[in-house]
Design a protein around this ligand. Structure first.
Ligand SMILES: Cc1cc2nc3c(=O)[nH]c(=O)nc-3n(C[C@H](O)[C@H](O)[C@H](O)COP(=O)(O)O)c2cc1C
Length: 398
C-alpha cells in the first residue's frame, strides 16, 4: 500500500535504474542540505485553534488572479520524461487532474508543444535556463508563449554545475551513454527498460533534452558543438531585466534566499520569487527556505507573489511554508516518485495524498481556508540551532 511519500519513494527505488533513482533522490556533495531541509521543517510546530465549528476546508487559492484547487505547483524537474515514457505529459495531466499548475523544465525530454497537445487543459508554466546564444533562447520563449504559457520561471540559483559525485560513480549522464555499469543497471530493471527506454528507442530514439534545437540535440556533451546551448552561467540582473521587458506574461525568479535579492527582483518588475534551496541539489551549505521565508515575505510580500519549495514530504510541510508567508509551494521529487511508482496514476495519487494530508491538518488546526494560515502571527523558525516559538494559531484570527 502506498500511503505516504516514503512508500512512493521506495516503490520508485524498486522501479528505476539506480543511476536514475539517485539522480532524482539525492543531494550534492555530503548531502547535508537534505538533512537541514528536513530538520528545518520538522522543527516548526503549528498551534491549533479548537472548537471553530468548521465543517469543510477549502484549499482553493489564487495566483495572479487565477484560482487553483490548492496552493501547490508541480516544480520543474529536468528529465522527468526518463522516469516514465512521456513523463512530462503525464505530470501535466496529473497536475491538471488535481487543479494545479505544472512547470515544464527547459531540460525536459518532451517539448512544450507535445506536452500541450497531450494535456490541453493543463495550466503550464515554463522554467527557463538561459542558453548562451540569446537568439536561440528568444526563439524558445516564442514557442513557450505560443503554447499558452503565461508564467516564466527563471532559475537563478544554478550559476555553476553542481558537484554530484554519485552521478559520476553510477554513470548517469545525458545524453544517455551505455556503459557496462548502466547496461547492467537497466537490465536489472526490465519494467523501466521495456516500458520507458525501449519505447523511446522505438519511437524517438535516445531520449535527450527535447527543447534543444535539432542541431544540438544528442550532442550536448560535445563542447565545440554545444557552446550555443550551454547554460548561461554568467547571468546577471540586467539579463533578467531584459527578459522582463521581452516576456509579456508573469516573470518569476527561482532560487532566492535573500531579502535583498527579492527586493531587486521586485525593482526590476518581476511578479514573483521562489524561495528555494533547489531541493538540496546544488550548494550543500545553503540555509533552508524555512529559515529565510518569513524575512523575504515580510520584505516583498506586498509587491511580489512569494512561492517556496524544497523538502516537502508531508501536507504539513506545505502548511508550514504557507504559514511562513508563501502563497504556494512547489513539489519536486514527490510527483517524480509518484510517476516512477505508477505513471500518471501514481503522480495523481501522490498529489491527492498531499492535498488530503493538508486538508486533515487544516481540520486539526481549525483553519477553514489556506489564507488563514498565511495570516499566522508569531511564527519563527529556527535558523541554525535556534529555538523557535510555535506557529501562532492561524485560526486565532477568527
Ligand atoms: C530530478 C530533479 C530535476 C530538477 N530539475 C530542475 C530544473 O530543470 N530546473 C529547476 O529550476 N529546478 C530543477 N529542480 C529543482 C526543483 O524545481 C525544486 O526546486 C526542488 O526539487 C524542490 O525540492 P523537493 O524535490 O524536495 O520538492 C530539479 C529537481 C529534481 C529532483
Amino acid at each position: 500500500m502506498l500511503l505516504n511519500a516514503d512508500d512512493f519513494r521506495e516503490r520508485a527505488r524498486g522501479n528505476l535504474p539506480r543511476g536514475l533513482f539517485e539522480y532524482i533522490d539525492r543531494g550534492t556533495e555530503d548531502e547535508r542540505a537534505l538533512t537541514s531541509l528536513r530538520s528545518s521543517l520538522d522543527a516548526i510546530t503549528l498551534r491549533p485553534s479548537v472548537l471553530t465549528g468548521h465543517d469543510r476546508r477549502n484549499l482553493q487559492s489564487r495566483l495572479w488572479g487565477r484560482t487553483i484547487a490548492a496552493p501547490l505547483v508541480v516544480a520543474p524537474t529536468a528529465l522527468a520524461g526518463l522516469v516514465s515514457f512521456d513523463g512530462e505529459t503525464k505530470l501535466a495531466r496529473a497536475a491538471a487532474a488535481v487543479g494545479i499548475p505544472f512547470c515544464v523544465s527547459t531540460q525536459s525530454v518532451t517539448t512544450i508543444e507535445t506536452i500541450r497537445r497531450g494535456a490541453p487543459d493543463a495550466t503550464l508554466w515554463f522554467q527557463l535556463y538561459v542558453w548562451r546564444d540569446r537568439s536561440l533562447t528568444a526563439d524558445l520563449l516564442k514557442r513557450v508563449a505560443a503554447c499558452g504559457c503565461d508564467v516564466l520561471v527563471v532559475t537563478a540559483d544554478t550559476p555553476v554545475a553542481p558537484n554530484r559525485e554519485y552521478n559520476l560513480r553510477n554513470g548517469f549522464s545525458i545524453p544517455f551513454s551505455a556503459t557496462a555499469g548502466n547496461l547492467v543497471d537497466m537490465a536489472l530493471h526490465p519494467r523501466w527498460l521495456l516500458g520507458v527506454m525501449a519505447r523511446y528507442l522505438l519511437t524517438e530514439g535516445i531520449p535527450t533534452y527535447g527543447h534543444y534545437p535539432p542541431a544540438f540535440r544528442g550532442a550536448i556533451t560535445r563542447p565545440s558543438v554545444a557552446e550555443a546551448v550551454r547554460l548561461e552561467h554568467r547571468l546577471n540582473w540586467d539579463d533578467v531585466g531584459a527578459l522582463r521587458n521581452a516576456w509579456k506574461g508573469k516573470l518569476v525568479i527561482k532560487g532566492i534566499l535573500h531579502a535583498e535579492d527579492a527586493q531587486i527582483a521586485a525593482d526590476i518588475g518581476a511578479d514573483g520569487v521562489v524561495v528555494s534551496a533547489h531541493g538540496g541539489r546544488n550548494l550543500d551549505c545553503l540555509p533552508p527556505p524555512a529559515a529565510c521565508l518569513r524575512e523575504i515575505s515580510d520584505a516583498v510580500g506586498s509587491r511580489l507573489t512569494v512561492l517556496a519549495d524544497s523538502g516537502v514530504r508531508r501536507g504539513t510541510d506545505v502548511l508550514k511554508y504557507l504559514a511562513l508567508g508563501a502563497q504556494a509551494v512547489q513539489l519536486g521529487r514527490l510527483p517524480l516518485w509518484g510517476l516512477a511508482a505508477g505513471g500518471e496514476k501514481g503522480a495523481v495519487a501522490v498529489l491527492r495524498m498531499i492535498i488530503r494530508e493538508m486538508d486533515t491538518a487544516m481540520g486539526f488546526l481549525g483553519a477553514e481556508r489556506v489564507e488563514a494560515l498565511r495570516l499566522a502571527e508569531g511564527s519563527a523558525p529556527l535558523p541554525a540551532g535556534g529555538s523557535h516559538r510555535s506557529m501562532a494559531p492561524e485560526a486565532r484570527i477568527f
